[in-house]
Write a protein that binds this ligand. Structure first.
Ligand SMILES: Cc1ncc(COP(=O)(O)O)c(C=O)c1O
Length: 361
């Protein structure tokens, strides 16, 4: 029987093992230091950002950005109804109110026209999620935030390696946030990064991250801060993963194209258009009889995962009076197929053959 293909897996090889062994034998202190700095520099360089700060995950990174800007109780932040729940929870973490906004069908990102209608006197910012590396009209979003004096925070957790008109996602807003959790294109087990060109905000982020001090070695603190530090252990892995990123970005695009070619003629399957600058985090299809297909794939040793439910259907965000028709339509049909960048063409073709078999009955 063929081996089970997971929907997504982290990919570590001898490079990580060798560098970790070298690091651990070097008298390392394990906590964040030179390796973390090198990892941050690599992210800043790759994304074209002036500053980068790594933190424990891509949820706390969003909350840190909001705190750094001064968002707090009473403030409203616009968040898309289709996203991982962390985008909305981060707003709650700082005591502010997430206001859910429907998505646009073209990119599955937050719909700007709906966002405009959602503004109130309390709206202080936007968390624009570039879902699966796709991007809406980023300059229009920027203009909207500027003209309404809103904090523009990009949740680019799924967008490392994706660009919009030559500019890396996460760099259109005041701050961009990334995640390095296990299913991401590169991983450090857990991990997050903040990028910005704004020196003042970067300083605030650094203060919040380290107990309100700008550097270690002192127990005098200039502001309220916590401990959101990284570790050099993770950074050693992150540096090796960053070296592989350009190859993985190219491979993800090839895999997406191959799925499209192989499944393109099945009328029950819809693909969302994806620009050549997008490195899809996951291969997403929108499909009839989704739950049956998930079971069928599982029986054939293939892992898959339904797209996130809409945020407004989650227990803590339940809204019955508001309507989010586009998010509902796509969430109910969305399915993530196996998406690891190490998948071979042969494996992808085999997965597609099985999907074809399902629909041809
Ligand atoms: C859009 C989005 N935002 C935030 C997060 C949270 O990141 P983390 O799991 O690193 O906390 C994720 C994780 O998948 C995500 O997809």
């Amino acid at each position: 029987m063929a081996e089970f293909i997971n929907q997504m897996e982290p990919w570590i090889d001898a490079n990580e093992v060798d560098h970790m062994s070298e690091y651990l034998n070097s008298g390392a202190w394990l906590t964040e230091f030179k390796k973390t700095e090198e990892f941050e520099n690599r992210i800043a360089e790759y994304t074209g950002s002036r500053f980068c700060c790594v933190v424990p995950n891509g949820t706390v990174s969003l909350a840190i950005a909001l705190w750094a800007y001064g968002i707090g109780p009473g403030d409203e932040i616009l968040v898309p109804d289709l996203t991982m729940i962390a985008s909305a929870n981060a707003v709650k973490m700082v005591g502010a109110v997430p206001v859910l906004v429907d998505i646009e069908p073209e990119t599955l990102c937050m719909d700007l026209s709906v966002a405009k209608r959602s503004l109130t006197a309390s709206t202080k910012g936007v968390i624009l999620v570039t879902l699966n590396g796709r991007s809406p009209a980023m300059t229009d979003w920027r203009a909207f935030c500027t003209s309404n004096d809103l904090f523009f925070l990009e949740d680019a957790a799924q967008s490392l390696g994706s660009f919009h008109r030559g500019k890396h996602l996460g760099t259109f807003g005041e701050v961009g946030s990334f995640s390095f959790s296990a299913p991401k294109i590169i991983t450090t087990g857990q991990g997050g990064a903040l990028v910005t060109d704004n020196e003042g905000l970067f300083r605030e982020i650094k203060l919040i991250k380290d107990f309100g001090r700008i550097r270690g070695g002192t127990d005098w603190h200039e502001s309220l801060g916590y401990n959101f530090k990284f570790t050099d252990i993770q950074a050693v892995i992150g540096i090796e993963q960053m070296k592989k990123l350009p190859w993985r970005v190219a491979r993800k695009k090839e895999i997406f194209q191959l799925y499209r070619t192989e499944l393109g003629n099945i009328s029950e399957i819809e693909f969302i258009p994806t620009s050549e600058e997008t490195s899809p985090w996951f291969i997403d299809i929108f499909v009839r009889r989704r739950d049956e297909l998930i079971e069928y794939l599982k029986k054939n040793n293939i892992g898959s995962r339904p797209l996130y439910p809409p945020i407004h259907c989650q227990k803590i965000y339940k809204r019955s009076s508001e309507k989010f028709p586009v998010a509902e339509q796509y969430c109910n049909a969305g399915l993530w197929l196996p998406s690891s960048s190490f998948l071979s063409d042969k494996q992808v073709r085999e997965i597609c053959r099985i999907i074809l078999g399902f629909f041809s009955g």
